[in-house]
Design a protein around this ligand. Sequence first.
Ligand code: PMP
Length: 390
Amino acid sequence: MKDRTLLMIPGPIEFEPAVLAALGAPTTSHVAPDFIEIFGQCLERMRQVWLCPSGQPFIISGTGTLAMDIPAANLVEPGDKALVISTGYFGERYAEILKRYGAEVKILHAPLGGIVPPDDIEAELKNNSYKLMTITHVDTSTAVRVDPRPIGKLGQKYNVLTILDGVCSVAGEELRQEEWGIDVVLTASQKAIGVPPGLALVMAGPKAIAAWRARETKVYNYYADWDNWLPIMEAYEARKPSYFGTPPVNHIWALHVSLGQILAEGMEKRFARHMKTGDAFRAAIGALGMKQVPTDSAHAASTLTAPYYPEGVSGPQLLAKVKEAGVVLAGGLLPAIKVAYFRIGHMGAVKPGDILATVGALETGLAACGYKFKVGAGLTAAQKVNQGLF
Ligand code: PMP
């Protein structure tokens, strides 16, 4: 039997062989002409993937948390007011980051599995003047997806900068940064971007760059300061050598391959494929009689699914049995319900067969845990949604 498991967690995901080959290729100089060329192309490709032709892309070594840190460090000055729209664990993290830079933070908490209604956000913006607000497009702890469109509009109406944490959404969920008026969209490499962990990717729109230029105080984080990075990104894009901190050369070669694959698929097709994959998983979980953390499928993510364990089923036992059946899933993350639910990641290069393999392994695990259900119900439901994909 092949010694192989399918990794279906919400990041890191399984990566394409061509991406891994680029990562493992001999390292080039960071000022080699061929590297300068592909770095420049990565920046240009990011604008196409983010759908943000006027944005300034940044490719910096680090994780998604650094990608959250970068706009906070560059846009917050002590005493600035920031509004955090929190739909889970990563919203709370954003509040902590903003506070470190001296922001006065107000958090609007969504109910568990729900969203904050745009009317509540508008009421808050009407009554208080904020410099910026953050949203988590998909909070990976709850699988709740927030619609960025009304929030982008509110940001423009009330002149508040909008920062979107797209770590679990960019290149998976539909996202049109420029058209939707979002000032900063950030992500990391290890999810739908399809490159092993190690890259913090940020796209800053013109209003965000102007706000950074208008600062009265220095940026307190030396490594994150756009003053250090902007000339580097501009140099690579102009195909000129430059240096601030050694770029993660192999990761950038790999990013070049992955962004190329994403654009070859096409953003519209990619959004539609992720949507269908999310539908297939949600249909399967529903058909197995299991509840999910998002309270409404209208705000459930396409990039991951978060089912509750059925009553009487032990979480650790179920995940172990699913793993024995060949598929690795993730446990819970949100502290309040951590032991009550689990997560299935399905972004990037997920094939229809991976969906069936995952649902099949889940059924095997559920049966091994003594859960009563109609065997094949999940597979049939997934297959029905899947059909257009085959
Ligand atoms: N934001 C979201 C929505 C995430 O899912 C994650 C990681 N799971 C992060 C931020 C932080 O990213 P990292 O773990 O790469 O620091």
